[in-house]
Design a protein around this ligand. Structure first.
Ligand code: SF4
Ligand code: SF4
Length: 111
């Protein structure tokens, strides 16, 4: 899932003549920087303790914990302006396992 350090550098190597090449992301390239955090609308179960702040945790009637989702459908821990995870270091295990470019990622982007 989306991480600040996954963003591509906008500046590529500097040439000898001091001109700077700007690297742009092709529209069809799968990267978190051209995705509005589609995977952060999925139900995310919390199955290990990674330190998710309690205000982002929803508890069901059986005590099961998931990431709280707000009325707009996204996880409450998603920064709505940057579409980045605001609790990246403490994100649940499932979020850590969800790989950019994976089959599941392609599926979510297609919706
Ligand atoms: S769906 Fe894929 S590209 Fe989009 S934010 Fe999630 S991991 Fe990144
Ligand atoms: S915890 Fe972070 S990575 Fe996981 S669904 Fe929420 S915003 Fe996305």
């Amino acid at each position: 899932m989306r991480a600040i350090d996954s963003l591509p550098s906008s500046i590529s190597q500097q040439k000898k003549n001091s001109t700077i090449n700007i690297k742009t992301v092709p529209k069809d390239e799968v990267t978190c920087s051209n995705c509005q955090a589609c995977c952060c609308r999925l139900e995310v179960m919390i199955i290990t303790d990674t330190g998710v702040p309690s205000e982002h945790v929803a508890v069901d009637e059986w005590g099961g914990e998931t990431m709280l989702r707000l009325e707009d459908g996204w996880c409450s821990a998603l920064d709505r302006e940057t579409f980045m995870c605001s609790i990246y270091e403490n994100r649940p295990w499932i979020c850590r396992e969800f790989e950019m470019g994976s089959y599941e990622c392609h599926d979510e982007r297609a919706i």
